[in-house]
Every structure is written in C-alpha cells, then in structure tokens.
Design a protein around this ligand. Structure first.
Ligand code: PLP
Length: 392
C-alpha cells in the first residue's frame, strides 16, 4: 500500500477563494483574487488578433502530426526577436517552446539541477509557485525579504546585500516586469546594479517574464531582462504568452538559454530537449501556433499590440483611481501608484482580508494581494468605502 505513505496536501488557497467567490450570492461581490486580466465588465475576452489567427489556423493548418520536443520553432524564433531585441548575439541563444511560463520555469529548474546548481535566491515575497517548483526539482530556494508593503517599495540595497551571501554558481530568480505579487520592479539604475552584482558574484540569473506589455509598454518591460542577459555569460529566461496574448488555458510559453558560445548552446539545447521529452514529450501546439501567426503577420501584430496597449492603459487608470483613495487608516493607497502590472499587495492582515470578504463581499488572496484588473471604476469606489468602514 504505497499510497498510504502519502499525506493529504492543503487546497491551493487561491482556488479556495475562487470557489467561495463563485458560491457567494451577493450581487455586489468583487473578485480581486484570481490572476487573469478582466475588462470593465469583468470578462476575460479572447483577443481579436487571437481569434483571427485561430480562424486562419482552422482553415490553413495542414496537419496535426507531431512537431517535436522543441515545439514550434517559428514561434520560438519570432518570440526571441521580440523579447531579447539585440541584447545578446543570436548565436549565444537557444530556445524551445514550453507548456506556459510554468513549464519554462520547470525546465529551467531541472536544467539548473542537472548543472549542479543547488540553490536559487528569490526576492520575497514571490509568486507562490516559485519556491515549491524549484524545491521539487532539487534546487533549494533561499528567500531574500526585500519589499516594504507600507511604502510599496523594493528594497534594492536589501536585495543586493542578500545576494552578497550567494555563492558562485548559485542561481537567482528575477521577475522581468510587473512583479507578482507586489507590482514593484527595480528602476533602470536598479536593474544595472543587480546585473553588476549578479555578474561579479558569478550567479546564474533566471528571469521570469510573464507580463511583458502590461507594465510601462512592450519594449520598456523587456529592458530589465535585457540588462541582466547582456551582463552575464549564462542565463535563462522563462517566458509566458498566457497573459499578454490572453491565452491562459492554451499553456503557451518558451524557455531561452543564453550561453557563452554556439557550442555550449548546442549542449544546453540537447539537455533541454531531453528534459522536455521526459516531462511532456512535446508541448501543446495551439497557443504557440496562434502567437506565431500573429507575430509573422504585420497587421495582426499591430492589432494585437494595440489591444495589449488598451489592456495596459486600463490597468494604469485603475491603479491611479485606487491610489486616489489616499491614506485610509494606516494604509497608504497613494503608494500603490508606484507599481505596475496586474498586482499589488496591500498591508492587510489575514483578519482584515477575511473581514472585507465577509462584510463587503471583496475577495482577495490572504496575503493582501489584489488583482487590479478585478476592479472596475465603480468597484474602486466601493473598495475605498469598505476600507474606510474597516478602519472606522
Ligand atoms: N511567473 C509568474 C510571475 C506568474 O505570475 C505566472 C502566472 O501567474 C507564471 C510565471 C506562469 O505563467 P503560465 O500561466 O504561463 O504558466
């Protein structure tokens, strides 16, 4: 009876919140929990460029035959150009398609473990899946607390000091933009300081870029990643298309490895193929084919970029509206304006989070993380009033 040795695992807290929200009969309920983009009506629509690419795929796809563990190479190439710009010489980069950004991170973690990396440094708090994902692959996470929720700021000095304890050959995880769950990224000078520290300590950076285009704009959002990749001989970049193409359930992502030269790139690539083969054999095709069709067609690319920019601006104006609430009790909402992307984490206790849910039907993660896209303009006002009620 081998299964008798297993212990019951707790439910994912965010999935529990989704269930509670769905079961709540109150019509004024607000869902700030699940991390998907929503429009003013609360929908997560399929982007029009995606629909157009799907229509084309339906009529033009000649076969559903297998591709290979590397996935759709046209997709990987188009994405590499878009993401990396000219930060790194093309012959130093290899890449393959993965099932979402999570698949890319998983492959990155396994490649690190295979390369003898034992530890990865992660600014804390981070995306809830980071630490378990690396640990499960045999790379121990070492957390560096580096955010102040009261001032909504990133403690660059604290992070750099933390990295001072890292040993050569350790890895470090960096959120490329739109930090999840905090929403605060280093500025350009901060990225350069991190790049110098990473290079001088001989660390291997793993950049997680899951929200490109939802922060300051498409190219600006890649600058941090490009600064890091340009500064080191070896690096990994895990990319997700699931938010910026609205593809979520299609599980669309890629992993890029920067290597010292073409020869080592070929070795790394062969290891990535072997790891992919042993994990999922080949990634699902549909989402990557859609992205390739969009990126290979100028007018579809323009349409997608425009739609993405509308999404970005919606997040920006909701964030500004939220920040306009100013100081409510000890919570300085104005500081939320420092952030970007879909998320912010408010300095709320679990009891306060629960109170907001029970009293005002406002749902968010127990950590106080909110999905800004879960608001509409009316809901922002309701949220301000609920906070005022809470501190009254
Ligand atoms: N990295 C971060 C920081 C994320 O927030 C997410 C998703 O929420 C991912 C990676 C994974 O993305 P995907 O849904 O493509 O697996």
């Amino acid at each position: 009876m081998r299964f008798a040795t297993l212990t019951r695992q707790p439910d994912d807290p965010l999935l529990r919140i989704i269930g509670q929200h769905a079961a709540d009969p109150r019509t004024n309920k607000i869902d700030l929990g699940v991390g998907v983009f929503r429009d003013e009506e609360g929908r997560t629509p399929v982007m029009t460029a995606v629909k157009a690419a799907e229509a084309r795929l339906l009529t033009e796809q000649p076969s559903k035959s297998y591709l290979g563990p590397e996935g759709d190479i046209g997709f990987v190439r188009a994405l590499a150009t878009l993401v990396l710009g000219d930060a790194v010489a093309a012959e130093r980069v290899v890449g393959l398609q993965t099932p979402g950004g999570t698949g890319a991170l998983r492959l990155a973690a396994e490649l690190l473990a295979r390369s003898g990396v034992e530890r990865i440094w992660i600014g804390s708090p981070s995306w809830a899946n980071h630490a378990p994902l690396f640990r499960q692959a045999g790379v121990e996470p070492a957390m560096i607390p580096c955010f102040d929720l009261n001032t909504q700021s990133f403690d660059l000095d604290g992070f750099l000091t933390g990295l001072g304890e890292a040993g050569a050959g350790d890895a470090v995880l960096l959120h490329g933009c739109c930090h999840n769950p905090i929403g605060i990224d280093p500025d350009a000078a901060g990225w350069h300081a991190i790049a110098s520290r990473v290079a001088e300590r001989g660390l291997l950076p793993v950049v997680d870029l899951a929200y490109q285009g939802l922060g300051d704009g498409f190219d600006v959002d890649a600058q941090g990643a490009r600064t890091i990749l340009a500064a080191v001989p070896e690096a990994l970049l895990a990319y997700s298309c699931d938010k910026n193409f609205g593809l979520y359930r299609e599980r669309t992502g890629a992993l890029f490895a920067v290597t010292p030269d073409r020869d080592s790139g070929a070795t790394v690539f062969s290891n990535l193929l072997a790891l992919a083969r042993a994990n999922w054999s080949m990634p699902p095709d549909h989402g990557a084919a859609i992205v390739r069709i969009i990126l290979e067609d100028e007018s579809l690319t323009a349409e997608w970029r425009e739609e993405l920019e509308t999404m970005r601006q919606r997040l920006e104006s909701l964030r500004a509206a939220l920040a306009a609430g100013g100081r409510i009790g000890t919570i300085d909402l104005a500081a939320v304006a420092h952030g970007k992307g879909m998320f912010a984490t408010l300095p709320l206790s679990p009891t306060q989070v629960e109170w907001l849910r029970d009293r005002h039907a406002i749902y968010m993660a127990g950590s106080g993380r909110i999905n800004i896209a879960g608001f509409n303009m009316a809901a922002v006002q309701t949220f301000h009033e609920a906070l005022r009620d809470m501190v009254a």
